[in-house]
Design a protein around this ligand. Structure first.
Ligand code: SAM
Length: 279
């Protein structure tokens, strides 16, 4: 079995645009219900926050409420969740599929969190999103809304965190094949320069301490998924590859061809930095 660690299938950097599209929001939510990736990641974060006895937890960049639903399972029966996200479409889908009397939905930017929260929160959790925000502003806002000793827990995709020590794969990944087919069939020109990781543990520690957080811990975790799960994820228009001028139909043709060729024994492995900070 070979691994696929450089794939980071959940972490395409240019995936921010499109969250406010109803179709993407519905397909994203369907993916979260048919595959366990986002629920499992949310459970990891909830476990680290130690939610026992907490009354108010904020699900930051909460999307369609996957994390909010996980949090409700772990909170006492009087515990409440505020799910805040900037995309109206994501929240509309969340309200439709996961509404609950103990979830309050707020459509706003994470950077403006402090303008929307009047009761001190016990914890703020952010799954699979923080690197899309202005972290300096968001960390200050999170510190402002937490009670003293409150927990802030979030994860960062390995590529953005600079997690590089991994075994080189021995066969072409689904992403490698997608790029190769796009180049051969559609004259696609892949970008030459790799981005520098902006969210290493060291950078995050500095930013969190500057925002007033007293203690910060960081951990690396590995998640393993299936090629089928990755194919389903890459079928959501928001995440479909490669970026650029191709149509969605062309991208789906490329994905179909790549899936036919990929070594089906490959695992899809992603690495994540898990960060816990205490106010
Ligand atoms: C990959 S989804 C994760 C959603 C949710 N946390 C989950 O686990 O399913 C990323 C979410 O971040 C939201 N987002 C991105 N930038 C944001 C910002 N600056 N403020 C609030 N939400 C933001 C997007 O609208 C999207 O719903």
């Amino acid at each position: 079995m070979t691994t696929d660690e450089d794939e980071d299938p959940m972490q395409r950097p240019d995936a921010l645009t499109g969250w406010d599209d109803e179709h993407n929001a519905e397909l994203y939510d369907r993916f979260t219900r048919e595959h366990t990736f986002y629920t499992d990641a949310s459970r990891d974060l909830a476990a680290r926050a130690g939610l026992t006895g907490m009354q108010l937890v904020i699900d930051l960049c909460g999307g369609t409420g996957v994390t909010a639903a996980v949090l409700l399972d772990s909170l006492p029966t009087h515990g409440r969740v505020i799910s805040l996200d900037s995309a109206t479409a994501m929240q509309a889908v969340g309200r439709r599929h996961r509404d609950h009397p103990r979830i309050t939905w707020i459509t706003a930017k994470a950077e403006d969190l402090a303008d929307h929260i009047s009761t001190p929160a016990d914890a703020v959790i952010c799954n699979s999103a923080i690197w899309k925000t202005n972290t300096t502003a968001v960390f200050a806002a999170v510190h402002h809304v937490l009670r003293p000793g409150g927990q802030f827990v979030f994860n960062i995709g390995g590529r953005f965190a600079g997690l590089t020590d991994r075994e080189p794969p021995t066969t072409a990944s689904l992403n490698d094949l997608i790029t190769a087919i796009a180049v051969a069939d559609y004259d696609y020109i892949p970008p030459q320069q790799k981005r520098r990781p902006s969210f290493t543990a060291a950078i995050l520690r500095t930013q969190l301490r500057a925002a007033g957080f007293a203690t910060v811990t960081t951990d690396v975790v590995t998640r393993t998924g299936t090629l089928e799960e990755k194919r389903a994820w890459l079928s959501i228009p928001l995440f479909a590859r490669p970026p650029g001028q191709l149509t969605h139909t062309q991208r789906m043709n490329i994905l179909h061809k790549a899936y036919e060729q990929v070594d089906k024994t490959r695992q899809v492995t992603t690495r994540w930095l898990l960060v816990t900070a205490q106010a």
